[in-house]
Design a protein around this ligand. Structure first.
Ligand SMILES: *Cc1c(COP(=O)(O)O)cnc(C)c1O
Length: 387
């Protein structure tokens, strides 16, 4: 039986050649390819600066640090995300709180955010940073979130790990028009890959420079940034406590080659999504919906089951699909349900929409190499599962 995963990378001969070329060159890391990848990513998304790192998790960590997140601060994100969107705040010694989602999109609800902000202003616990996540590639209500950021004085990091190539209000996600920093992931299941990798985009030169320094030990070779004139040409200074979060030139070469193919990947994902939409519309499922001027990158295609009939239960559908070689998945277990977070005292009752999402969501296979016959099999098997 042919196994169909929920997502997978698409590597071409040109991608392989681009990597081999770096392997034969002088620099495997800290060479010219990483800055070129950063320039191209920034240009693609319409942002001023790009800082490439070894994962989106690292990019989220650096973004929080650059925005001054530390002990005594609170960072808010959505529960329906990968744990990295919340962990980044804990790395900085800050606390995390969650804003409930809009059931229809699974994205952080701007209304819930507004209510929580008003309540927190009274009790004194406003966030320093809010991290909305464009779930599946479908953008959050960034205009509203941005307006609330100005009103309540918090900063915004877009976790766009699912969303490179998508549009918000007719413009590319990643242009940071409504945020301080946007993060993309290049893990193999994401839209384009570098094996492992991520980037932080921003229009603020000072934030970009801070993330560059933090990515590489907090070391500078710029005389302007030093506390004294250089002792000699060998000289560098460590001026803050940074990390080794660097991306290699090998990874960046793969990323550059993949970036050339991104628009074609998005088109293929759009086509698969529209085929699902047509083939599943008569079933008791809520299908993904995108606002008029937005374009979802369709990193994931998540349907929500609307039946409560035991024969058509969520668990049954999962088991049935997996038994038939279709590796459906669930994005995501709400982060507050993880044992590590449970210890911090979150209550499931505070997140009714996230709970409803969790008990109904199924991610169907979607990736550029998914063939029409394979998709037909997914559709057929899902119909049987719900019959
Ligand atoms: C994948 C993912 C991350 C982490 O990405 P890595 O590059 O694997 O570190 C963060 N947030 C979301 C929403 C993700 O899907």
């Amino acid at each position: 039986m042919d196994i169909i995963p929920y997502g997978r990378q698409d590597i071409s001969e040109a991608d392989i050649e681009a990597v081999v070329e770096v392997l034969r060159s002088d620099f495997l890391t800290q060479g010219p390819v990483v800055p070129e990848f950063e320039r191209q990513l920034a240009r693609y998304a319409g942002a001023q600066h790009g800082v490439a790192v070894n994962s989106a998790t690292s990019a989220l960590h650096l973004a929080c640090l650059a925005l001054g997140v530390g002990q005594g601060d609170v960072v808010w994100t959505t529960p329906i995300t990968f744990v990295a969107s919340a962990n980044c705040a804990l790395y900085c010694g800050a606390q995390v709180d969650f804003v409930d989602v809009d059931l229809h999109t699974g994205n952080m609800s701007a209304q819930a955010l507004e209510l929580k902000l008003a309540a927190s202003k009274k009790s004194g616990g406003l966030p320093r940073v809010v991290i909305p996540v464009h779930l599946c590639g479908n953008p959050c209500d960034m205009e509203k979130i941005h307006a609330l950021a100005l009103q309540y004085g918090f900063r915004v990091i877009e976790d766009a790990s699912h969303a490179i190539g998508g549009n918000y209000r007719g413009q590319k996600i990643g242009n940071c028009r409504f945020s301080d920093i946007t993060v993309f992931s290049f893990h193999p299941v994401k839209l384009i890959t570098t094996g492992e990798g991520g980037v932080a985009l921003t229009n603020d030169g000072a934030l970009a420079r801070k993330m560059q320094l933090l990515r590489s030990h907090g070391i500078t070779r710029e005389p302007d940034e030093m506390t004294q004139a250089p002792d000699g040409p060998w000289y560098y200074q460590q001026i803050m406590l940074g990390y080794n979060y660097r991306m290699t030139d090998i990874q960046a070469a793969l990323g550059l080659s993949q970036l050339k193919r991104l628009d074609e990947f998005i088109q293929k994902r759009q086509l698969i999504a529209s085929r699902y939409h047509q083939a599943l519309s008569d079933l008791p499922l809520a299908l993904p919906q995108t606002e008029q001027d937005d374009l979802s990158a369709f990193h994931l295609y998540v349907v929500r089951m609307l039946t409560t009939h035991p024969a058509g239960s969520h668990l049954h559908a999962f088991e049935y699909m997996r038994e038939n070689g279709i590796l459906v998945n669930l994005h995501y277990i709400p982060v507050y349900r993880q044992p590590y977070y449970q210890k911090m005292g979150y209550r499931v009752e505070d997140y009714p929409q996230s709970e409803a999402y969790y008990t109904a969501a199924i991610s169907l296979p979607i990736y550029p190499g998914l063939q029409p016959e394979q998709q037909d099999r997914v559709i057929h098997t899902l119909r049987q599962a719900l019959a």
